[in-house]
Write a protein that binds this ligand. Sequence first.
Ligand SMILES: Cc1ncc(COP(=O)(O)O)c(C=O)c1O
Length: 358
Amino acid sequence: MTPFSEYMEWAKTRSAARFNLASSGVAAFPLAELPARIEDLEISGDSAYGYPPLQERLARKAGVDPDRIVHATGTSMANFLVLAAAADAGDEVLIEEPAYSLLVDAARWLRLDVRRFARRAEEGFRVDPRQVERALSPRTRLVVLTNLHNPSSAFTSPEDLRAVGEAARSVGALVLVDEVYLESLAVLGRPSGSASHLGPGFVVTSSLTKAYGLSGLRCGWAVADPDLARRMWRLNDLFGVIPAHPAERLSIVALDHLDLIAARARAILEANTDGANAFLATRPDLACPPVDGGIIAFPRLLRGDVESLCRRLRERHETTVVPGRFFGAPSHFRLALGCSRETFEEGLERLARALDEA
Ligand SMILES: Cc1ncc(COP(=O)(O)O)c(C=O)c1O
């Protein structure tokens, strides 16, 4: 059977709406606002295993040596390369639940034996290192989690990550931390503590997609130890061989002006975080901890059914959120904070109306 992602197909074909609160990143940063000149671009360049000027900038951003950086087509490809390079068919991977379903779909397509560890709603979806430890087996090659957590934005502290790393090391497994949402803490000027500094047992993936609104650049990367990084580069030869060079050049311009891009994202996130928290405080029918630094929230609907709510919201109120079933948590829905302030405010009003109609 042709492998596919049910969620991605839904996101691409059914999430669009006049008030789209189903997106996953900050609203697209316009090219016209990027201080790029035509001389900054070129069609083809010297990209073999990474375009050196881009490798250097990504390494500087991550605070590691360039030989630990694998530039990839978004966090998506970076995750795929890590899964494929760190585990063989039949090996066990232990993935958080609820999860961004593409991680699970990609692992299954690679014929990895997918096991899950729970992040419990009652505990704010925190990673409990003991849960991870209990779920490990001698066949586990990789533990996979997101920080901030997609869908809940729960933060995992370096201490908890270290405890997960130690448990993983005891069975010879690595820990993959998808940090695409951790960038939102950087945007907000808050310390974030990347797992890439916690030792060779950690592999980190990220991109400029979510927190900066630069999805179209597909500027993703993995931070791995140099041996694993080399395996990932070789594996990438089987797919795109080299990235689109103009995108590499534009990524360099973006990285050189990240403060400017972050300032726009910060204004959006700060305003919408206040709006989201004010809204959540007025809703006895939703359970959700206050948003604290993320781009998405994952309220639990306490009365009624999420699928009906989503249908009403779309059909009567031209508004979308992501049904929790895509993350394996059907009594929740995911609410995005990255859209413009006007869209967000109006979208929340419409969400309130749809909830009141239950
Ligand atoms: C946890 C997580 N990882 C990766 C991605 C894909 O990101 P990118 O656009 O960088 O490929 C997403 C997108 O929603 C995501 O939520």
